[in-house]
Design a protein around this ligand. Structure first.
Ligand code: ADP
Ligand code: MG
Length: 585
């Protein structure tokens, strides 16, 4: 007989293949279970990016011993009784696949206790097979430890990325959980170090701050649109002056599930039409509450795609919600909404009343209370927090540039008796790269101490990357120390960048590290990034002494004729070549 039924553990491994791609998928499934169990506190601990250990502890309702045993079997769920329930699902899970799938590809222990029982239960499994069952004293709730993920599926294990990349995926999952559940206190640690921590105090803004750092608190506008019971939108969008070079600061939720959807992205973009450059993106945390019959969120269990019954309506609603937020006219929200809950705990710079979770505080707003972003535009110019920032390396550049800087990007000069055309950015990038690497080779540092240490506020992901690079940065002349979960104190900087805002240079480098995504940036690559970010930009007006200094440096470093990416930094034309070009020969 050729046709045979697959055994249970093979079936579970196949199911695992569909939902469990990497440690972050385990975190997603298990944290969803904790939320479904009504937890108000969820702690996630990982080691080696979750490859060797993921432990998730919650204070939810727990499981009785019978339920715990059943939960580890395929298609066992407490969330669905019949197919008709499928259309009114309120929980995150319902397939009853996650636990047995994860168990089949790891060594798993499950500790759990309900309030009804005074003893807890521990189940230990390996590759889905139960090894041991013991009773133990434990708090009400559930702790699931997943060790050695994919230990029995080498083909999958092989595809896992560097620990820091896997950790960054886990952070991304938890960031969305934190945003969607401001009432829940989340904590993520990696080998004991706190990476992410939310307060669980119900405020969306505070959830955002726990992820993106304190700087963002004063840069967000509330967004509310209430079109009745079928469609409500709320959230926060950044001022048109506070932009990113990528869309990583944008998260959309449909009925509280994070989703990826082109329509929503486009609608946000349209809402900002004509207020921001096309290559820059606002931060946006947008929650769409829609009649469940009008949306199919189950297009794919892991890919977070949605299908709207009427996508044009959604598009217009999101666009006008964004538009209204920018115009400062808040659409009147329904009157039954509770009065805003005031919190004194935040140290953000704008009054709490303006920045609370819009769902709660909408009725108390008036347009006049919104930050005046028009003023911010005119006073801060194009200043933005990310790599787009253009700030002169020296002050006082109001000086009229000498007639030979072309297009604020190239310099025409005489060097060694030849006409030299210099690409100011490429040239300085090369010089900085050479100076940094020479110094590193000689194990010297040339730091300039800052009069007052500068605080660098980072997102969780940025601080993971920065921590990875602390040794390299130190070798380059930065003196940095952690001063909180996601903030650092900068005490010294390399002399070459002393004229630049170190916060900005470091943030630009971190953005590039985030984009790199491999988690394997070595010192040389970091040097290149630093040189690029610290260098004069193309399009930056230079004064005559800056130009003279650049030419002088180039003459002292004759090797600096190509930039670290291999493009030329200087094009020279000798008298002979000029003569030929003028057809004098
Ligand atoms: P699903 O979430 O789709 O029901 P799972 O395999 O993820 O399937 O979980 C199976 C069942 O185990 C859940 O329905 C729930 O009853 C129970 N369970 C899982 N995790 C927890 C938890 N952290 N706390 C309480 N019960 C849980
Ligand atoms: Mg589940």
């Amino acid at each position: 007989m050729k046709v045979q039924l697959l055994d249970e553990s093979t079936i579970n491994q196949i199911a695992a293949g569909e939902v469990i791609e990497r440690p972050a998928s385990v975190v997603k499934e298990l944290v969803e279970n904790s939320l479904d169990a009504g937890a108000s506190q969820v702690t996630v601990e990982v080691i080696e990016g979750g490859k060797s250990l993921i432990r998730i502890a919650d204070n939810g309702e727990g499981m009785s011993p019978e339920d715990a045993r059943l939960a580890l079997q395929r298609h066992a769920t407490s969330k669905l009784r019949s197919a008709s329930d499928l259309f009114s699902i309120k929980t995150m899970g319902f397939r009853g696949e996650a636990l047995p799938s994860i168990a089949s590809i790891s060594r798993l222990t499950l500790d759990t206790r309900t309030a009804a029982s005074d003893k807890g239960l521990r189940l230990s499994l390996e590759g889905g097979k139960e090894l041991k069952e013991e009773s133990l004293g434990s708090a009400v709730g559930t702790i699931i430890s997943v060790s050695d993920l994919f230990y029995n599926v080498p083909a999958r294990k092989k595809f896992l990325k560097a620990d820091s990349t896997e950790l960054s995926q886990i952070i991304a999952v938890l960031e969305k959980m934190i945003l969607a559940n401001p009432k829940v206190r989340f904590k993520l640690t990696s080998t004991g170090r706190i990476i992410l921590q939310s307060t669980g105090n119900e405020q969306l803004l505070e959830a955002v701050v726990s992820i993106y750092g304190k700087d963002i608190a004063s840069k967000l506008l509330p967004l509310v649109l209430d079109t009745g019971p079928r469609l409500k939108i709320h959230g926060l969008v950044s001022l048109p002056t506070y932009l990113k070079n990528d869309r990583k600061g944008q998260v959309f939720f449909v009925n509280n599930r994070p989703v990826n959807d082109g329509i929503l992205i486009k609608a946000l973009r349209e809402g900002f039409r004509n207020t921001i450059p096309t290559n820059q993106h606002p931060y946006a945390f947008i929650f769409i509450d829609i009649d469940p019959s009008q949306v199919d969120v189950n297009v794919h269990p892991a890919k977070l795609e949605v299908r709207f019954a009427n996508s044009q309506d959604i598009f217009s609603a999101v666009r006008s919600a964004v538009n209204n937020a920018l115009l400062g006219s808040v659409t009147k929200a329904s009157d039954e909404l509770p009065e805003p809950v005031r919190s004194e705990t935040s140290d953000s710079t704008i009054p709490r009343s303006k920045i609370q979770n819009p769902k709660l505080s909408a009725p108390s707003w008036t347009p006049a209370m919104l930050p005046k972003w028009e003023e911010l535009i005119s006073t801060s110019g194009s200043k933005t927090p990310d790599t787009s920032t253009r700030v002169p390396i020296t002050t006082g550049s109001t000086h009229t540039a000498p007639a030979f800087q072309v297009n604020d990007s190239y310099i025409a000069a005489i060097m060694d008796g030849e006409l030299a055309l210099i690409d100011q950015h490429a040239a300085q990038e090369r010089l900085l790269f050479d100076i940094f690497s020479e110094r590193l080779a000689r194990q010297e540092t040339a730091s300039q101490q800052l009069l007052v240490p500068i605080v660098l506020e980072l997102s969780a992901r940025e601080s993971v990357l920065l921590n990875d690079q602390l040794d390299n940065l130190h070798a380059m002349g930065f003196e940095l120390s952690a001063s909180g979960a996601n903030s650092f104190l900068i005490r010294s900087v390399p002399v070459e960048i002393a004229q630049r805002d170190p916060n900005e240079v470091l943030k630009e480098v971190l953005t590039e590290l985030l984009e790199d995504g491999t988690g394997k940036v070595d010192r040389d690559a970091l040097l290149k990034m630093m040189a690029c970010k610290a260098a004069i930009k193309a399009g930056q007006r230079l004064n005559s002494s800056e130009i003279a200094a650049l030419i002088d440096d180039l003459q002292k470093h004759p090797s600096a004729r190509t930039c670290p990416h291999g493009r030329p930094t200087v094009i020279k034309l000798s008298a002979k070549e000029l003569a030929r070009m003028f057809k004098r020969t």
